[in-house]
Design a protein around this ligand. Structure first.
Ligand code: ADP
Ligand code: MG
Length: 419
């Protein structure tokens, strides 16, 4: 049986390997020097899944794993891109006259950011040459796409002097462009959690992200201390490498089910009812009453997940904050069970990885990200990650699944300029 690989994070800073590799790829591809290197992290959502598009709460941390981007602005509206995943292949695009959906393949993500900024009125944003180097696993629910769009947004803000990248409030504008790029240029539906995490997380902290529309920067994010070592813990991320199944259609179906339920309940979004349930003297009874108004059993399950999951975010923050790790772990377990039974977005690889992690003594484990493949997290005692990962691999091997790969998740910093 294979030994589980732990994906290392590339080092940051002017001499860091991420920075140097991005500069080198830029130089070898375009035959001149980049004017700077920017980077933005992948993220892992600790709890609060499928809540962002319901105006709910979630609790992501930034991973130490980042996407590095060496870039130089151009005098025209052309874009030339290269990625370390296919270093021989240059992607070309033209910003002038570009329409939504007008760029195919991965180039849609960075080109879409420039397009979205121009649409937002920043007409000074022009073309650029860019080289991407990343250690964020792609398509694993760890937001390699947001790492790409957010690093691009920060770089364009910098080289075209928009002035939004240096403050948390300003970054809301860049986050909007990153979201719009994914939704409208890449055609990949996203609720905003990923981009906010990549742009707003601080080292040693998770963010309690409130996705209610129209909130200010101060209202939408609370920095929550998330120091695992203080509690003698590690957060193991295991990418199951399960093939994604019908991901897009299923995600859209879940969103629609929530929107339909909100319409039936006569509210703008499910957050409204989640708040009502949370503030009722008997929350269980209040939840039952809400569910009683929905005739479709599937819709009832979806709504039950969203309402209970939003509540679990606050409960987790409280438990973790007072060092009640057993309780925090139970909440992670409850989140997974709800995603499996009520929201129905897990696959056997996710359920089995979670089961094995729990059997191996994890305080709690859950799938993270959108589901239908991707990754799990397990909250384990310090020093246990390797063992838990290997036991999951053993079970995967027995069942004929691909070998998972692992990452050590430490709450890291958001997008920044490296050099
Ligand atoms: P996730 O964001 O969870 O990794 P997505 O499906 O949202 O998964 O985004 C993955 C897509 O993002 C890839 O298929 C590719 O198009 C693009 N992508 C992300 N990072 C890179 C990269 N470094 N180089 C090229 N494409 C990338
Ligand atoms: Mg993504």
């Amino acid at each position: 049986m294979e030994t589980v690989e732990f994906v290392e994070a590339m080092t940051t800073g002017s001499q860091g390997c991420g920075t140097r590799l991005a500069q080198q790829l830029f130089r070898e591809t375009f035959k001149y020097e980049a004017e700077g290197v920017w980077s933005s992290p992948g993220r892992v959502n600790v709890i609060g899944e499928h809540t962002d598009y319901n105006a709910g709460l979630c609790l992501p941390i930034a991973l130490p794993h980042r996407t590095f981007l060496a870039l130089r602005a151009r005098q025209d509206d052309k874009v030339r891109l290269v990625s370390s995943f296919a270093p021989e292949q240059i992607e070309l695009a033209e910003l002038h006259g570009l329409q939504a959906g007008g760029v195919q393949g991965w180039a849609a993500y960075p080109v879409g950011v420039a397009w979205a900024l121009r649409k937002a009125g920043f007409e000074q944003v022009g073309g650029f040459d860019a080289a991407f180097v990343s250690c964020v696993p792609v398509g694993s629910g760890l937001s390699s796409s947001a790492a790409m769009t957010c690093s691009t947004a920060l770089a364009l803000d910098d080289v075209y002097q928009l002035g939004y990248g240096s403050t948390d409030e300003g970054r809301l504008t860049l986050i909007d462009a990153a979201i719009r790029s994914e939704n409208e240029m890449a055609g990949a539906s996203t609720g905003g959690l990923d981009q906010s995490a990549s742009m707003r997380c601080q080292s040693g902290h998770a963010i309690e992200l409130d996705c209610k529309p129209g909130l200010s920067a101060l209202q939408s994010v609370k920095q929550v201390p998330f120091d695992l070592l203080v509690h003698g813990l590690e957060l193991l991320v295991l990418d199951t490498q399960a093939p994604h199944q019908l991901n897009d259609g299923q995600y859209a179906a879940r969103r629609k089910s929530c929107e339909d339920a909100a319409a039936t309940l006569g509210v703008d979004n499910l957050r409204v009812v989640a708040d009502e349930v949370a503030s009722a003297s008997d929350s269980q009874q209040a939840l039952d009453e809400v569910l009683g108004k929905l005739s479709d059993p599937t819709q009832r399950k979806r709504v039950r997940h969203v309402i209970t999951e939003i509540a679990r975010v606050g409960q987790f923050i409280d438990a973790f904050g007072v060092g009640d790790i057993d309780r925090a772990g139970q909440l992670l377990d409850a989140s997974h069970d709800s995603l499996r039974d009520d929201y129905e977005v897990t696959v056997p690889e996710l359920d089995i990885a979670v089961d094995v992690a729990r059997l191996q003594g994890a305080y709690g484990a859950r799938m993270t990200g959108g589901g239908f493949g991707g990754s799990i997290i397990a909250l384990v005692k310090k020093g246990q990650s390797q063992l838990v990962a290997q036991e999951v691999a053993r079970e995967f091997d027995r069942l004929g699944f691909r070998c998972p790969r692992a990452l050590a998740a430490v709450a890291s910093s958001s997008a920044e300029r490296e050099v």
